[in-house]
Design a protein around this ligand. Structure first.
Ligand SMILES: NC(=O)c1ccc[n+]([C@@H]2O[C@H](COP(=O)([O-])OP(=O)(O)OC[C@H]3O[C@@H](n4cnc5c(N)ncnc54)[C@H](O)[C@@H]3O)[C@@H](O)[C@H]2O)c1
Ligand SMILES: [Fe+2]
Length: 382
């Protein structure tokens, strides 16, 4: 038997808001906070901006607040510990995080350690993502880094889940082209990996399929016209849907390998995923009949070929769709194009593959890839 509940309450903009470009109505929800001591963890790009001031104006009447913006990518334990100290000192009752996946993971870490070490917790934890990518606002894990040893520690616990996620285009509109493109490709990979992952079910399939459709339709617009509210709202919702899907269904070897490319060569996560995805689709389709039929079904839903095309044509169309989308939004598709020479890359294969097999996402793949299989996939992106 399987069961699943979903703790995070999600607030989205009304459809009219996206169509008219009026001020965020989802954010208006913050006006309901009353008599609270609010701890705001905010991404550094927001510090001192009118956008952050808008949030402060919404909450400052009947509440007190403290802003903490010591957020860096791959949140280090030291910054989390400092955040815990501030939260305790301020005796905060509500935690709001506004930022990308790094800021959200950091806030998750602060909240988690306050609860588990000091037995003090906030009444409410609200996440407001400013990138459309990680889905961290609805996932029960966070990755924190020990900067002294370089070791990354995954925290995995349902108590990490925010109580509320506010999906507003208000902040995400300022995301630079590359952040938009790479995090958007990450959404596509979350959705395509969770679609075929071992623990996928009809619920996660529905979310993953819708997310794929929204990314294919809206990501190029978000990249060329970042202020487009309708496309931004669609991508933001796709990111959240894919987050819910992979939180339940799991991911696969695209992520298992891309985590290593990020660690070893500092390749942006979404970019590494975009490079690997076409080859992982072909690999999974060749080895798992369930994965193959799901890929074909999504190719049909996206109307990539005529319904009467044979399976190999439909599969090839899905691979081509993933490749063209990545190209269209400006992703390099090989390590060489990114600036890593062949020899250096090839010399790292053995360690990359070994670590990929130990990665927590590896086990979710529909077919158990061998070291040789993973090496062949890496060879494709030289
Ligand atoms: N917990 C999870 O479920 C989960 C899943 C995947 C990744 N992650 C983590 O998320 C992090 C990556 O998150 P990310 O891709 O959102 O990137 P990020 O949070 O690291 O942000 C990337 C950069 O973009 C800036 N930025 C963010 N939003 C912006 C905006 N609207 N306008 C202008 N600049 C903006 C940030 O300041 C930062 O410099 C990694 O630390 C990764 O480990 C977590
Ligand atoms: Fe990812």
């Amino acid at each position: 038997m399987e069961s699943w509940t979903f703790k995070t309450q999600i607030f989205t903009e009304s459809v009219n808001h996206s169509a008219t470009g009026s001020k965020s109505d989802a954010l208006e929800r913050l006006r309901l906070l009353n008599g609270e001591r609010i701890f705001i963890v905010c991404d550094p790009f927001l510090e001192g901006t009118p956008a952050l001031q808008t949030v402060i104006d919404l909450i400052s009447i009947n509440n007190t607040y403290t802003v903490y913006s010591d957020v860096v990518p791959d949140p280090p334990i030291d910054s989390i510990v400092k955040g815990v100290m501030v939260l305790r000192k301020e005796e905060s009752t509500v935690l709001i995080v506004i930022g990308g996946g790094s800021a959200i993971d950091m806030a998750k870490g602060i909240n988690y350690f306050c609860k588990t070490i000091y037995q003090v917790g906030v009444k409410k934890f609200i996440a407001i993502p400013t990138t459309s990518g990680t889905g961290s606002e609805v996932t029960s894990f966070a990755v924190i880094t020990d900067t002294k040893t370089g070791v990354k520690y995954p925290l995995l616990d349902d108590s990490l889940l925010p109580d509320e996620a506010i999906l507003t285009t208000f902040f995400v509109k300022s995301a630079p082209e590359k952040v938009t493109a790479y995090s958007g490709m990450d959404v596509l990979v979350h959705a395509l990996e969770s679609l075929v992952a071992k623990k996928a079910n009809h619920f996660t399939d529905a979310l993953a399929e819708k997310a794929i459709e929204l990314v294919v339709k809206n990501l190029p617009t978000c990249v060329v016209d970042g202020k487009n509210e309708v496309a931004r709202a669609a991508m933001h919702e796709a990111s959240c849907m894919a987050g819910i899907a992979f939180n339940q269904a799991g991911l696969g070897i695209t992520h298992a390998l891309s985590h290593q490319l990020g660690g070893q060569f500092h390749i942006p996560h979404g970019l590494a995923n975009a490079m690997l995805l076409p080859y992982v689709i072909m690999y999974n389709a060749a080895n798992s009949t369930v994965a193959k039929s799901k890929y074909i079904s999504i190719a049909q839903k996206l109307c990539l070929t005529s319904e009467t095309s044979d399976e190999s044509v439909q599969l090839a169309a899905l691979v081509k769709c993933a490749q063209s989308l990545a190209r269209q939004v400006g992703c390099s598709m090989t390590m060489k194009e990114f600036g890593i020479d062949n020899i250096t890359f090839k010399n790292s294969f053995s360690i990359l593959v070994q670590q990929a097999i130990a990665d927590r996402t590896y086990g979710g793949n529909p077919y158990e890839a061998t070291k040789e299989d993973l090496t062949r996939i890496l060879t494709c992106i030289i």
